[in-house]
Design a binder for this molecule. Structure first.
Ligand SMILES: Cc1cc2nc3c(=O)[nH]c(=O)nc-3n(C[C@H](O)[C@H](O)[C@H](O)COP(=O)(O)O)c2cc1C
Ligand SMILES: *[C@@H]1O[C@H](CO)[C@@H](O)[C@H](O)[C@H]1NC(C)=O
Length: 541
């Protein structure tokens, strides 16, 4: 059914980075790289990175992270391998034209099925008992039509929908949809009627403003409505009961292919891709990605080489990727974290780390790969700073930096260091201690060249941690180098720049609990008849 590439299984980030390595140029008619279940989540490398360490790492960089000696991943992580095609804007438009041309569909039909898919996807995850008040924000085009249809079905499923449809399209199709909703006494709210703060009055916000054919900048009143959805997400994501955002096909304001270009767009909790996901869906980081629009005939699937998960039974929707391990919506509701129990732990702490890392990604936390690195020199005085995790496998945790920086000097004096992850939204921290080694020059080399040119130049220019006379010095040097390499020639990796790998000797998983009775489980290595195994101890909070 789904192609499987087991030989790649051992390397988390290689697998994860694959679907991101071919951007808008990728076409579903080209063979797509195999996807594991990890691919439903963004790659570590694709996550938004700090300005000094921008993303866009292509897959070769991670090949070297694969541990040749490492054990196989937990069997649960080997199941469910699927890979999914993504459509360019042009392909999506072509498919629509084919459906509505030679294949004989009408817009009304497709809209009905699309809207039904959105409603059933919502009902799969958000039960009406907890999430009854739905606001469907509908744009003037087909996407808005999908939203109107979804609102009608949600009504029949037991929700209480409201509709904000500020730009009625005066066509029989849309008039009919409005009449149908009115006859159900569904309330239409004008933008002025809407509360400024949408968080109190609604449980679900359906973003049905713009679809894949939209380009340009959203105009009033949609620009403001989009801002309100963005603002909502700036709320603490778990402590406050705030409504969930469900985007229809494309989060409004996102680029159809590039995604959330400014990183300041809507961050939906659920995305319902219709027909097939558009390229921007690769950048979706929320917990629930669904596919709907169960009307694609085999002829189209073949022509566009579409790989899509099969719809189960009679369902109008299917989940893409694996469900989050933590019920984020439940967390949001009462912010009581699930207990961390010994019997749930993976045997290997790296597997446990990956599980928690996946949860952090699924929870939509920002920069879940940011970690605090603490080092000491021979004077024994500790110093800390944030760095970004760029790989993890059986051999350890990898980050990149300047070997002549302060941390570099300290590590050369004392290879013992510690890492700390804090995932606030999940009330979790992970502490890792161990000894650090440089990664091979080859590995650093590969990673260096996978970075965007700007970051490569930045690394050349910055003698990290040295005193400089002013910021302009850097900019001048940068400009000079930019010109020097404007022909696209290879920028040599500075000798003093590369990766470190911390091999864990101690890993603690901390899960916040009520009344400060937190769960702390610590892995430490133990020799048992000549074999090294991980022992787990529970520590008092
Ligand atoms: C979120 C975040 C991520 C960072 N990632 C890195 C990184 O991956 N590598 C790095 O050298 N510096 C990174 N930095 C900058 C470091 O914190 C630090 O300023 C720099 O490495 C110099 O540290 P040092 O003087 O102790 O060597 C990051 C900073 C932040 C806030
Ligand atoms: C680093 O830790 C090891 C034990 O893991 C210890 O033997 C060694 O002395 C430490 N190095 C320094 C410089 O403290």
């Amino acid at each position: 059914m789904w192609p499987v590439a087991r030989r790649r299984m051992r390397c988390l980030f290689l697998i994860r980075s694959l679907p991101f390595s071919s951007h808008s140029s990728s076409s579903p008619s080209k063979p797509q790289p195999p996807r594991s279940l990890y691919n439903s989540l963004p790659t570590l490398s694709a996550l938004k990175s700090s300005p000094s360490f921008p993303p866009s790492i292509s897959s070769p960089a991670f090949r070297a992270f694969c541990s040749k000696s490492g054990g196989a991943m937990a069997s649960s992580q080997l199941q469910n391998q699927d890979y999914v095609s993504y459509l360019t804007q042009l392909e999506a438009a072509e498919i629509d034209e084919t459906l509505m041309g030679p294949l004989g569909f009408s817009v009304d039909q497709l809209m009905e099925l699309a809207g039904l898919s959105v409603a059933t996807s919502i009902a799969e995850v958000y039960k009406p008992a907890e999430y009854s008040r739905v606001l469907a924000i509908c744009g003037p085009g087909n996407n808005g039509g999908d939203g109107l249809v979804a609102a009608r079905h949600l009504y029949h499923f037991g929700y209480k929908p409201f509709v904000c449809y500020p730009k009625h399209t005066p066509k029989p199709l849309y008039n009919g949809l409005v009449t149908q909703l009115e006859s159900l006494s569904i309330q239409f709210l004008s933008v002025d009627d809407l509360p400024a703060d949408l968080s109190k009055d609604f449980d679900i916000l359906v973003d049905a403003m713009f679809g894949f054919s939209f380009h340009g900048t959203p105009r009033p009143p949609f620009d403001d409505l989009i801002q309100r959805l963005i603002y909502l997400h700036n709320y603490d994501q778990t402590r406050q009961k705030s409504p969930v955002i469900v985007s229809v096909d494309i989060p409004s304001g996102w680029h159809v292919e590039e995604g959330d270009v400014t990183s300041e767009g809507i961050k939906p909790d659920m995305l319902v891709s219709l027909t097939a996901p558009k390229l921007c869906a690769k950048k979706f980081r929320g917990p629930h990605h669904f596919l709907g629009g169960r009307f694609v005939p085999p002829s189209i699937a073949q022509k566009y080489n579409l790989h899509l998960p099969p719809y189960p039974g009679t369902s109008m929707c299917v989940r893409i990727g694996k469900p989050p391990q933590v019920d984020i919506s439940a967390l949001r509701e009462n912010y009581i974290s699930p207990a961390l129990l010994e019997e749930q732990l993976e045997v290997d702490p790296i597997d446990q780390f990956r599980k928690w890392f996946d949860d952090a990604v699924a929870a939509g936390l920002r920069e879940p790969n940011a970690m605090c690195l603490s080092t000491t020199g021979k004077d024994g005085k500790p110093s800390s700073r944030m760095v970004l995790l760029k790989g993890v496998d059986r051999d350890g945790f990898v980050w990149y930096t300047n070997y002549e920086s302060r941390k570099g000097h300290q590590l050369s004096e004392n290879p013992n260091a510690s890492l700390l992850f804090y995932w606030e939204g999940l009330h979790r921290q992970v502490r890792v201690e161990g000894s650090v080694q440089k990664v091979s020059d080859e590995e650093s080399e590969q990673y260096f060249h996978s970075r965007p040119q700007g970051s490569q130049l930045g690394a050349v220019v910055s003698q990290q941690s040295t005193v400089i006379p002013g910021r302009l010095v850097l900019h001048h040097e940068y400009k000079e180098l930019e010109e020097k390499y404007s022909d696209g020639s290879l920028i040599p990796k500075p000798k003093h720049w590369g990766g470190y790998r911390l091999k864990p000797e101690l890993i603690e998983f901390w899960q916040g609990q009520p009344s400060r009775l937190h769960d702390r489980l610590q892995y430490s290595p133990q020799e048992v008849s000549g074999k090294r195994i991980w022992k787990v101890s529970r520590l008092a909070p």
